[in-house]
Design a binder for this molecule. Structure first.
Ligand SMILES: Cc1ncc(C[n+]2csc(CCOP(=O)(O)OP(=O)(O)O)c2C)c(N)n1
Ligand SMILES: [Mg+2]
Length: 285
């Protein structure tokens, strides 16, 4: 798999890797409240979220609605647990609030809700809508001559939604060069492996045929993700951009990487300590 690893300042990379470790840790902290959840997805996307929320996105946590902010639209509402950990890292939320995840009256519902949580741009739950909304936001920003970028994060399962491809055509038609779609390709969906349900390879070729500029990297390689996202943002091309990230469900916690039921995991009360231990070991390795 090609990687775009420009020579980055090692301190910058280390800062992002430490943020990714804290995002993973805080995903476990949140999931422990319920004893189950979309833990594997949070662990697989932590590196990408760390790159976005601690390096790439232009945000003002003290003013979440700031007009000049980059918008990051999480299409996959069930990944909210990962987004909350990233928003805590970016100082939109106090870390202590994460323990309220998915409890009554919390600002952190199990599926992301824009009206509940500072920094959450759209409500999710019904898949296949993030890119559609991102198109409208990106077009609106252009018309207002606002230079901010729009990112949308979608899943490989959402590549099976017709609306995703309608949106892909619309984005290219309107030359939305301020739009970057990130596809979390973990080869998993609710009923099993995405490649076994409805294979979408070659994904890069499909987006290219729709008029997008596409890159594909290992989504658990911080330098590769950073390189690709920087390159796509800086590109001189009047086309929308897509980064496909190949990720590993449960990444960083060995026994969760190999769990049978991957989409929605249960973790027994006596397993949490082991999860934190394995996460620390993999980070320090
Ligand atoms: C329109 C729509 N159809 C079905 C669902 C039910 N659903 C929730 S998550 C999911 C799996 C989607 O694939 P993906 O996001 O790749 O799964 P993951 O990687 O999180 O296992 C499905 C089918 C939904 N939320 N919305
Ligand atoms: Mg998936």
């Amino acid at each position: 798999m090609p990687t775009h690893t420009a020579a980055f300042d090692p301190e910058r990379l280390q800062r992002i890797k430490e943020a990714a470790f804290r995002i993973r840790t805080n995903a476990l902290v949140q999931a422990e409240v319920q004893g189950q959840g979309y833990i594997g997805q949070a662990l697989d996307l932590a590196d990408v979220l760390a790159v976005l929320y601690t390096d790439q996105l232009n945000l003002r946590p003290e003013d979440p609605e700031w007009e000049g902010r980059d918008r990051c639209l999480l299409s996959i509402g069930h990944y909210a647990i990962a987004l909350y950990a990233a928003l805590a890292e970016a100082k939109f939320l106090p870390e202590s609030e994460l323990e309220t995840y998915a409890t009554d009256d919390s600002r952190l519902p199990m599926s992301a809700m824009a009206s509940y949580t500072p920094g959450v741009e759209i409500s999710g739950g019904s898949l296949g809508h993030g890119m559609v909304i991102a198109n409208g936001v990106a077009l609106g920003l252009k018309r207002k001559q606002n230079d901010a970028f729009v990112y949308t994060i979608l899943s490989d399962g959402e590549l099976n939604e017709g609306s995703t491809w309608e949106a892909a055509a619309v984005a290219a038609h309107h030359r939305l060069d301020n739009l970057i779609a990130v596809v979390d390709f973990n080869d998993q969906q609710a009923d099993g492996k995405s490649s076994a349900m409805l294979g979408m390879e070659p994904v890069e070729g499909k987006f290219e045929a729709f008029g997008w500029v596409v890159r594909r990297v290992d989504g658990n390689d911080v330098a590769a993700v950073l390189g690709a996202l920087e390159e796509l943002r800086a590109l001189e091309a009047d086309q929308p951009r897509c980064l496909v990230v190949n990720t590993k469900l449960g990444k960083g916690v060995e026994f969760l990487e190999n769990r049978e039921k991957l989409h929605f995991m249960s973790v027994a009360p006596d397993e949490w300590e082991k999860a934190h231990r394995q996460l620390k070991e993999s980070f320090e390795a």
